[in-house]
Design a protein around this ligand. Sequence first.
Ligand SMILES: NC(=O)c1ccc[n+]([C@@H]2O[C@H](COP(=O)([O-])OP(=O)(O)OC[C@H]3O[C@@H](n4cnc5c(N)ncnc54)[C@H](O)[C@@H]3O)[C@@H](O)[C@H]2O)c1
Length: 341
Amino acid sequence: MKILVTGGAGYIGSHTVLCLLEQGYDVVVVDNLCNASEESLRRVATITGKAATFIQADIRDTIALDAIFEQQQVSAVIHFAALKAVGESSVIPLSYYENNVAGTVNLLEVMQKHEVKNFIFSSSATVYGEANAVPYKEDMPLGNPSSPYGTSKVMVEKIMMDVVNANPQFRGVSLRYFNPIGAHESGMIGEDPKGIPNNLLPFVAQVAVGKREKLSIFGDDYPTEDGTCERDYLHVMDLAEGHVAALNWLNKEQSFTGFEAFNLGTGNGTSVLAIVNAFEQATKVNIPYQISPRRAGDLPAFWANAEKAKTALGWTAKRDLTTMMEDTWRWQSGNPDGYAE
Ligand SMILES: NC(=O)c1ccc[n+]([C@@H]2O[C@H](COP(=O)([O-])OP(=O)(O)OC[C@H]3O[C@@H](n4cnc5c(N)ncnc54)[C@H](O)[C@@H]3O)[C@@H](O)[C@H]2O)c1
């Protein structure tokens, strides 16, 4: 089976491509490299001994996509390609809607033309918005996220539901990720943020290698156990395996048509301070930090109800916090400048 993976050179995409190749899938990666390097895929090939076909193209480019679907007989699409910086999305919202929403519409149109019906989408816990109570469950209503990035994820999920209504053959799965961290155990691939990291652990790791002076913790007066925000951190390899589980589920459930959402998280919240402590313990590296004002739009705490993925997909997050920290450190200390030559 050949799977087309958009954004497959990126952080989560490259780990998922690795799992797909290891499971015997053929993989075609389409990525415009706006936030990634082809080096990630070269390293995936070294680790697995198998190579994905790489095509540098933009998902908004109809002609390029059409040619790719013409040449490659793909049976499913896993769609990672998106812009993902929450803060930036408030500064350049139109770029986010154009890339994440219009790009996905274009991809779905080309899929429809070539009669590719299986679609797995990278969604996010942010779709639950502020109003839903934790832990988040898939049957809760879609919320109003505080950023254009989050809104773009809600919009794509709604578009998928509309496509289902118009095209009963469509099989759409939305995977709502919680907070992926960590790296492949080889230390050869990992998260390589351009510029200042937006996410906690890449920032911590860059402080640890001396690239940044200290960590800012945004708020320590939240209504949580230690006052810092709590998130549901899961290992990126568990997340990658969740995609294979979703794909296997689509293959098994041949009679399924429609739209289905699954949370991919551990079901536990961990605070920012607990992450810093766990990193220090696992790596024996001290992380200097300061407490800064709260960041607009940050929710105090959220985590997944992860039961549906367990029951339906047979998937649970297996790797613990120590493994997440050790694997992050192996990647960051071995590649202080990421994939840069
Ligand atoms: N990392 C997280 O914490 C997180 C959480 C929830 C959801 N997600 C979603 O998961 C997906 C992957 O995230 P990631 O962390 O691996 O990010 P990433 O930036 O590493 O990966 C995204 C990839 O898409 C590519 N891309 C972007 N726009 C494109 C376009 N128009 N055409 C072709 N390629 C394009 C980028 O070059 C990059 O390789 C995204 O959709 C993101 O919104 C991520």
